[in-house]
Ligand binder design. Structure first.
Ligand code: GDP
Length: 412
């Protein structure tokens, strides 16, 4: 049965990343999302926030306001992985929606402004992500701005959010002269030249060699302090290999004991490739996260991302679009095929799944089946609401409702 089901997995589950981008309004989430979609070939036209052509923002009201209010999920490909990008609202007013999207993520990129550092709303969303145990990478954006400073931003992360920021890059140049980064685990430079679409990899510039070696040493010490395996190697060898460093950074990200920090400028297309590499290297796949819990006949059940288990999915978003009513699902276990029937915990009724779609920005790719771990949109469900569980009629299950997030910190 398993072999047969795996036919429907166009990407192995281990290579799927269900990713959210968390940010304070204005930190650059929309711009970053656009750049990711462009770079991964999902869109061919670069959307700009100011002209209202951004592809993640389906709603005209949203385009007018230039902010992302409603979550939408978009799938894109990077380095033989599929990244399902779940857009999360940055406004604390929409915290129910933030809570629902956090629930279906396996990992997130938290975006900060390199001038402002940690802002009250980024702190509020960070705390919510803590509650849902979402592993995170930090991206310090807008390094091209006057007054931008990675070190100060990292200090504000350390003071306000997490005691263990693990900075894996050293910027090359600053403000308008910010042209690239030294990748500290591999001790290579990545430089984006003006007008070029691609990044150039090369040796660490001579002028930055001492600084890069010092930063690499700091990173190794910080990692060794948090990770027993790395500590052992550090004590024995006096240094950490790139391989051990990467493996330890992955473990620390997934356990939440450390936060990898990268930097760039979304607006100027700098830093996006290494960010996607970090998403793939450090953030977990659906197979690496704990089982989801639910109740069935008053008893508790756990469901792992197993395609052979009974079907269970959570509705996290319903959108009216030109294609029809799109119901966004995170499939937690089993599979669902088009034309099959599901039981809806919200209405207590069964409904038929019409089409199943993989949403790729403005295009919708039809799928025969959706499999555990995946995020898809379904057409044909008339009454399913956000927060409802959909499951196999013979195996009713109610996934734990998302805890409605309290305003965790007061927003000044
Ligand atoms: P969101 O509210 O977090 O979605 O932020 P947006 O992507 O809408 O960006 C807010 C503003 O910051 C826009 O005017 C962007 O053009 C600008 N912006 C985004 N990224 C950068 C960057 O890397 N550098 C600079 N200088 N501006 C940026």
């Amino acid at each position: 049965m398993r072999t047969d089901l795996h036919r429907y997995l166009d990407t192995p589950l281990a290579a799927v990343r269900n990713l959210g981008i968390l940010a304070h309004v204005d930190a650059g989430k929309t711009t970053l999302t656009e750049r990711i979609l462009y770079l991964t070939g999902t869109t061919h036209k670069r959307g700009e926030v100011h002209d209202g052509t951004t592809v993640t923002d389906f709603d005209p009201q949203e385009r007018d306001r230039g902010i992302t209010i409603f979550a939408a999920a978009v799938s894109c490909a990077w380095d033989a992985h599929r990244i399902n990008l779940i857009d999360t609202p940055g406004h604390v007013d929409f915290s129910d929606e933030v809570a629902r999207s956090l629930r279906v993520l396996d990992g997130a990129v938290a975006v900060f402004d390199a001038v402002a550092g940690v802002e009250p709303q980024s702190e509020a969303v960070w705390r919510q992500a803590d509650r849902y145990g979402v592993p995170r990478i930090a991206f310090v954006n807008k390094l091209d701005r006057a007054g931008a400073d990675l070190d100060t931003a990292v200090e504000s992360i350390r003071e306000r959010l997490h005691p263990a920021p693990l900075v894996v890059q050293l910027p090359i140049g600053s403000e308008a002269g910010f042209t690239g980064v030294v990748d500290l685990p591999r001790m290579r430079s990545l430089v984006w030249s003006e007008g070029r679409e691609t990044v150039e990899e090369g040796p660490v510039p001579e002028a930055l060699r001492d600084a890069a070696e010092g930063r690499r040493r700091q990173l190794e010490e910080a990692v060794a302090e948090l990770h027993p395996g790395a500590l052992e190697e550090f004590c024995a060898e006096g240094t950490l290999s790139a391989r051990t460093l990467t493996a330890a950074l992955r473990d620390l990200t997934r356990s939440g004991d450390g936060v990898v920090v990268l930097c760039g400028s979304a607006y100027r297309n700098r830093g996006i490739e290494p960010l996607l590499d970090a998403v793939v290297a450090y953030l977990p796949s659906p197979l690496d996260v704990p089982a989801v819990r639910g109740t069935r006949d008053g008893g508790e059940q756990e469901r792992f991302a197993d395609p052979a288990a009974p079907f269970a999915a959570l509705v996290f978003k319903v959108n009216g679009t030109a294609t029809g009513r799109l119901t966004y699902l995170r499939v937690y276990s089993g599979t669902i095929g088009k034309g099959e029937t599901v039981w809806d915990s919200g209405t207590g009724r069964t409904e038929r799944v019409g089409r199943i779609l993989r949403v790729q920005a403005d295009r919708h790719a039809p799928l025969e089946r959706a499999v555990a771990g995946d995020i898809v949109a379904v057409v044909g469900l008339k009454s399913a609401r956000a927060g409802s569980t959909l499951c196999a009629p013979g195996a009713p299950l109610v996934l734990e409702p998302p805890t409605v997030a309290d305003p965790v910190v007061s927003v000044a």
